[in-house]
Design a protein around this ligand. Sequence first.
Ligand SMILES: O=C(O)CCC(=O)C(=O)O
Ligand SMILES: [Fe+2]
Length: 268
Amino acid sequence: MTKSKIRELVVEKLIEITESELEKILDLFTIQGCVLINQRRPTSQLEISSALAKLGRHFGNPVRHKLSDDAGVHPIRNLPGFPQYANTTSSDLRLHTDGSFEKLPPKTMLIYCESPAEKGGHSRICFAEDIYRFLEQNYPESLVGLFRPDAFVIRRDDREAQRSVFKICDGRISMAFRYGTDVSLQIHPMARAGIAAIIEYVSHPANYEEFLLSAGQLLLMDNTRVLHGRTEFSANSHRVLHGLWCDGHDADPEKIQFGFTPMVVALT
Ligand SMILES: O=C(O)CCC(=O)C(=O)O
Ligand SMILES: [Fe+2]
């Protein structure tokens, strides 16, 4: 990966976000689907949840997790006792979109870093449109199977959903994808070649970006357009991140668009 596609932006302080800072954030979100926000003045630990909730409001209602606080913010750190959740382990997480086993996966994901791991725990990002282009160019016949509403059935814990990998939503394409040992996948025969090709693509380091989120940075992602993951870190590490999912409800369509173009030329 030569030039980063992740858009970066500096705000004064997250909890005091101004109208013009917000406008830039929403613009970049719609242009690229992934924004890395830095602050000139750090948010105190006590303000983190409110700061995330304040920004998250523009992306819909919070999607709650069993471990969410009142603002809807959940911990992302090694928490013994919850091996069924990705956010409470320290293991390698392959590139995925969140909540694909839910009936309605979140549209947006915010990840705030309070403290990074001493070693490992690097974030990974891969863009759905790059995956789509790779398939169009190399496995065009596999796309039809990936658009099937029954392309895969995914189960985790007590959750199960049947879904497509790609879907047309308001004239744009959105993606849902997860694989790995923490979920069980039943793949439709027509989607097998496509899913194998996606795994081939996302397994290659040249096809994703890897970086360390540092203290005070916020990663804002369109969960229908950007896959995220992270490398393993020590179970005793002091890595502490905070996550917030938003459902897209009432997000201003003039300012925020989810998913990506091009249109599905290959299917017409
Ligand atoms: O630990 C991370 O950086 C990301 C964790 C993650 O993918 C999640 O909580 O959904
Ligand atoms: Fe995740």
